[in-house]
Design a protein. Structure first.
Length: 291
């Protein structure tokens, strides 16, 4: 568990340091730059996370390309990633369409986006998907997975990385107005960031769904031996979900609204069932290709 605790402690440490340093940094920067308090705190936390990640990865011997999941030759890696992006998007699209047909998702004000708006959603969604997938998969299914697998085995690596992956999605976005900033604002920010965990039953459906996604990605990582497919699948899913999130609204008046979570109106019990079905198919697909 030493490897898991090192990475988990890094995440908690980045949050705490961000909260502690945010106010002094805001006093230093705000008179000269119009930086929001929460952005200063998040940038401090991200810097701590990056530096800590590099140090821990080197310490645990997972800083090389193979350990990070990039062991494939570049042309093959990019080809596998590209295929997985299209596969991920193709697998996510049917459940989003199904939500729309059920009436769980609807056009904002009943108006569908025009061609220009749709094009913007598609481009923005793809860029967001690629950035999110590259960062999260390198951290989770790259360094963290490898370190835990070497120490505790593949099952532990799949489960523990999935738990952390799911939990990170519930860090709330908090805003504190400049006139409300005090020396305690960093701690207020930290408490509100983690506020979702104070009511675990309220996020249980979304948490289990995202945990299932994490298990699926960890299984693909184990079967393929690299993160090319993980990045691609993750990017493809986020691509479609981002389009749905920005281009449609959750219909909270629908009698079956319990199927989609209050978290984002997308992940939930319905998406969890779909993730299980996707997982069965993807495992067979990648297991056959790995033989």
């Amino acid at each position: 568990m030493r490897a898991f605790l090192a990475f988990f402690g890094l995440i908690l440490g980045a949050l705490v340091v961000g909260a502690l340093v945010a106010y002094p940094a805001w006093l230093l920067l705000h008179p000269h730059f119009d930086f929001a308090f929460h952005r200063i705190a998040s940038r401090v936390g991200e810097l701590v996370l990056l530096v800590g990640f590099l140090l821990i990865a080197r310490r645990l011997g997972v800083a090389d390309r193979t350990s990070l999941g990039y062991g494939l030759r570049r042309p093959l890696f990019l080809r596998e990633m590209g295929k997985a992006i299209l596969l991920g998007a193709a697998l996510m699209l049917p459940i989003i369409v199904f939500m729309g047909l059920l009436g769980l998702r609807q056009w904002p004000n009943g108006v569908a986006p025009d061609a220009a708006q749709l094009g913007s959603l598609i481009v923005h969604g793809l860029i967001t998907g690629l950035i999110v997938a590259l960062i999260e998969e390198t951290f989770m299914r790259g360094a963290m997975f490898t370190a835990i697998e070497r120490e505790s085995g593949a099952r532990a690596a799949i489960v523990l990385t999935a738990l952390v992956y799911s939990a990170l999605h519930f860090f709330a976005r908090v805003r504190i107005a400049p006139e409300d900033v005090t020396w305690t604002s960093g701690f207020t920010l930290l408490a509100q960031t983690l506020s979702a965990f104070a009511s675990p039953l309220d996020i249980a459906d979304a948490f289990l769904c995202l945990f299932g996604v994490g298990v699926l990605l960890g299984t693909v990582r184990r079967v393929t031996g690299n993160i090319a497919a993980c990045i691609g699948l993750h990017a493809g899913w986020v691509w479609v979900l981002q389009i749905a999130r920005e281009g449609t609204d959750a219909n909270r008046a629908h009698p079956a609204t319990f199927l989609i979570s209050n978290f984002d109106g997308l992940v939930g019990w319905l998406m969890l069932a779909w993730t299980v079905l996707m997982g069965l198919g993807l495992y067979r697909y990648y297991a056959r290709r790995a033989v």
